[in-house]
Design a protein around this ligand. Structure first.
Ligand code: FES
Ligand code: FES
Length: 173
């Protein structure tokens, strides 16, 4: 049974169910926003912060279109709550280009023509980035595993894999 002291501690920790102020670190910048605790990271990124490069496909943790990096790991942002990634390092596709120059992985996707409609592409690129940041010289099988959670309805898989391999050869992280 909880004591009055425990209950007063809970009051400090509990947030919601109404909107609460959180700080998200996205692409090197801090953003303070009010969100309900149930708000997904995907909605916070797209609707509250306007980073619409992160796509909503299935919204149920299946397609990978919403992939972003959280502390370097590829995460389905539709399956994470914004409030639970407060204080972590979040990277979206918008953070890759620097001073007008595309990231080497983005360039590799263009060079290999690794897309058709492009809807899955931001998620694919973020998954490749997570892998190359951790393992700069992966084997093709490791590439396939890293991309296994990213579906492409256009079926551009062979070229996506080629782009990932090109990026790793070019030291693209
Ligand atoms: S939109 Fe998140 S996995 Fe499909
Ligand atoms: S390029 Fe169209 S879904 Fe992948």
């Amino acid at each position: 049974m909880s004591t009055p002291a425990d209950r007063s501690k809970e009051k400090v920790i509990r947030r919601g169910p109404g909107k609460t102020l959180i700080t998200l670190r996205v692409n090197g910048q801090e953003h303070r926003i009010f969100v309900e605790p149930r708000r997904t990271l995907l909605d916070a990124i797209r609707k509250d912060l306007g980073f619409t490069g992160t796509k909503r496909g299935c919204d149920e943790g299946t397609c990978g279109a919403c992939t972003v990096l959280v502390d370097g790991k590829a995460v389905y942002s539709c399956m994470a709550l914004a409030i639970e990634v407060e204080g972590k390092v979040i990277e979206t596709i918008e953070g890759l280009e620097k001073a007008g120059t595309l990231h080497p992985i983005q360039q590799a996707f263009i060079q290999e023509d690794a897309l058709q409609c492009g809807f899955c592409t931001p998620g694919q690129i973020m998954s490749v980035k997570a892998l190359l940041d951790a393992h700069p010289n992966p084997q093709p099988t490791e590439m396939k595993e890293a991309l296994a959670g990213n579906l492409c309805r256009c079926g551009a898989y062979p070229k996506i894999l080629q782009a990932a391999l090109r990026a790793s050869k070019q030291g693209g992280t």
